[in-house]
Design a protein around this ligand. Structure first.
Ligand SMILES: Cc1cc2nc3c(=O)[nH]c(=O)nc-3n(C[C@H](O)[C@H](O)[C@H](O)COP(=O)(O)OP(=O)(O)OC[C@H]3O[C@@H](n4cnc5c(N)ncnc54)[C@H](O)[C@@H]3O)c2cc1C
Length: 347
């Protein structure tokens, strides 16, 4: 796709999909490797970090900075070395031919020798009054990121799975009390986590209960709840609400095309390779464990370095084919999944 400012080649060397920390880092590294990369931002410019009030745990910024500020710095650095940015959203990728084809909602069509998929994930929201307004002001989706701000405070955690209980336990390092609010009368979390939570004096459980609103004026002061069995409504005072009712990978583009695990994350090996040679993935679209800016940045870097290697080998050896067993072409990427490989999820 050509425009007046920067004519694009007929076939891109590398396209990066997503403008979160993984995407910008992949852009920076591939730009500095002279690969003339093109990044498509997606509808959520800057990714999850752009809805973060303050980032205190990204190295190099001891004074902390806001999520949008960090995004602008990452973008500026990558553009300085030649990253081209398109404000568009990808509607389709074609992975069963090489070069790959990328189509966007603005009607553009690109061909690319390699792809770095950085489409990230999103927390599932409670969708109750007060949640959106007080995100970053007492409502959080990340205990590792925000727990530190709640020293000596009273907190609630919403959810009953592994994440809710694990993060609830983590929050007891800071909070005076943590109430875990769960819509059922038993947890879905693993037995070992349940045992730890039941043994922790700071944790209390509120069963069969849903949150109907988050209350406060600029910062969280309490929540309204409803018991789903008795219908009883209650007001609980609290200083913060941590929501763990699910984390959804942005995987619409990949169903039936790339290997996904049972939770819908792309399956990559340690070198960030998907099952199709030349398609790499970085950040939360393939990582459901660490979910941090720093780890997403690291994975964006690794995927970019691997892409560079792939393109050099492509030049000298040609493309092995989209439907061959990648293990027969070790230089292109012996595919060693980190988790149990599942069948392709049907489109
Ligand atoms: C409220 C909140 C606070 C947080 N605070 C911190 C913190 O303080 N410190 C910390 O380390 N971590 C924090 N995190 C976690 C951190 O933001 C994420 O780990 C990180 O943003 C993941 O980066 P990513 O690049 O993988 O993807 P994301 O940030 O999820 O970005 C995904 C990108 O992909 C794009 N995309 C999706 N689909 C398409 C498509 N079809 N076409 C084109 N683009 C697409 C989106 O537009 C978006 O730009 C926080 C998360 C949340 C939700």
């Amino acid at each position: 796709m050509a425009d007046e400012k920067s004519p694009r080649p007929a076939v891109e060397e590398v396209m990066i999909i997503g403008s979160g920390p993984a995407g910008w880092t992949a852009g920076l590294y591939t730009a500095r490797a002279n690969l003339n990369p093109l990044l498509i931002t997606g509808n959520d410019y800057g990714g999850q970090v752009s809805i973060t009030y303050e980032v205190e745990n990204y190295p190099g910024f001891p004074e902390a900075l806001s999520g949008p500020e960090l995004v602008e710095k990452m973008k500026e650095q990558a553009e300085k070395f030649g990253l081209t940015v398109e404000y568009d959203h990808v509607s389709e990728i074609v992975t069963n031919q090489h070069p790959f084809v990328v189509r966007t909602v603005n009607g553009k069509e690109y061909k690319a020798k390699s792809l770095i998929l950085c489409t990230g994930a999103r927390p599932r929201f409670l969708q109750v009054p007060g949640e959106k307004e007080m995100t970053g002001k007492g409502v959080s989706y990340c205990a590792t990121c925000d727990g530190f701000f709640f020293r000596g405070k009273d907190l609630v955690v919403v959810g009953g799975g592994d994440s809710a209980v694990e993060e609830g336990l983590f929050l007891t390092k800071f909070a005076t009390k943590v109430r875990i609010i769960h819509r059922r009368d038993e947890l879905r979390a693993s037995k070992i986590l349940q045992d730890r939570a039941y043994a922790n004096d700071k944790i209390e459980f509120v069963w069969n209960t849903v949150v109907s609103s988050i209350n406060g004026n600029g910062s969280v002061q309490g929540i309204s709840t409803k018991n789903v069995v008795t219908g009883e409504e209650q007001e609980l005072k609290t200083d913060g609400v941590f929501v763990y009712v699910g984390h959804l990978p942005n995987n619409d583009l990949y169903h039936g095309k790339l290997h996904l695990d049972e939770d819908g994350h792309l399956i990559t090996d340690k070198k960030l390779r998907t099952n199709v040679p030349g398609i790499f993935a970085a950040g939360e679209i393939q990582d459901k464990v660490f979910k941090q800016v720093a780890t997403s940045v690291g994975q964006g870097c690794a995927a970019a370095m691997q892409t560079e290697k792939f393109l050099a080998e492509l030049e000298s050896e040609g493309y092995p084919g989209v439907d061959v067993d990648a293990r027969e072409f070790p230089s292109y990427g012996a595919f060693v999944p980190q988790v149990t490989e599942k069948e392709l999820v049907p489109a």
